[in-house]
Design a protein around this ligand. Sequence first.
Ligand SMILES: Cc1ncc(COP(=O)(O)O)c(C=O)c1O
Length: 417
Amino acid sequence: MSLSNLANQMNQSSSLIRKLFTEGLKLKQIHGKNNVYDMSIGNPCLVPPPEFKKTLISCASENEPYIHGYVPNNGILEARQSVSGLIKNLHNFNVPADNILMTNGAAGAINVLLRCIINPGDEILTFKPYFAEYLWFARVSGAKLIPIPTKFENNFQPEMETISKYINKKTRAILFSNPNNPTGVVYSQSFLNNVGALLDENSKKYKKPIYMIGDDPYQRLVYDGAKATTVFKSTTNSFSISSFSKDLSLAGERIGYLAMHPQQKYASEFIPALTTANRVLGFVNANRLMQKVISKCINYTVDIEEYNIRRKIVINALRRSGAPFVEPKGAFYVFPKVPKGMTDLEFVNILKDRLVLAVPGVAFGTPGYVRICYAYDLNTLKNGMEIFVKTYKEFNGAFDEKKREYENISNTVEMKI
Ligand SMILES: Cc1ncc(COP(=O)(O)O)c(C=O)c1O
């Protein structure tokens, strides 16, 4: 695919979420920032914990040569050691610091990894609904993303038989977010283990490793006693990718990591390859100052109860609306169905006209739903959800009658978003 072709396609579809973000900023300029209820992009609203700020000031105050200089492309040892400790705490699993690469967020880690494992024409499986950017991460690495259907009635849990049907000689990896963006579903350890066993079986059959990639930036944002699960206990051909964008609210600082299963067959070749990919893709090394800070405060997070409070506000409003949804146990999203008789794009545009912003399910490969992000201030969530409830009730099963009134919306919806 030529670059202009790719740019064109990306402009047209991938950036629905970004477009909404920009649209939200415009609407706020017109109507005032407290009158627009933007629940679209997953940009964490909480301030990082006080320990982060204290450590940041102390690290930035060091007065040594190279304090802002290059560091090794795989990351500084202290940061990799602290990530190793974090994985041990979260999953009781040992990944030595040598098997960890500090990266430019989780997105940087996914791109680095795909550069190392993809041959042109390879297929990457994922579960529907999937994080919108996977489509593009796969495409720019030369692979094709193959989304595996799931059912709302099964709480979006993929079925093993279905997964099995999608594996073939072109399959190189399975990539999924856990907890899931956009549903908030946490995959159970036994499910992950079954997927790992299936991949191992097929790796033997096709005489090549098929990798299991857990995209885990929400692993510490779990509720109601849910526990983070890991690909490391499921197959040795596994990688866990994560970042501090969400659980420490550092999305703009671009700091994350890639951790590799220590018994991976090609472990010794992987780390130099990943390190080189990190360099030549232009990331060079993950943000040095952030690596220093993270080393010292990796065990802190934002106040997760604050997100739980927000989760409950949204869940309660959805119950009042009558919109069917799967109760999220992790991350900060929920993915309800749209009113009967209308598309997600139509519903999102009507909400937008009422100054409420949510992302249409089509952006996650799953039309018929909207994603609501609850990483927003309480005013936005309470007011935004009140409008959501009213709008849902007003339109559920009644869109055909109201269509004339909203003709302009249904006709122009695709251009408007
Ligand atoms: C599932 C998932 N993976 C990766 C990312 C990218 O995270 P980062 O900001 O750490 O690159 C996001 C961001 O929203 C995400 O939701």
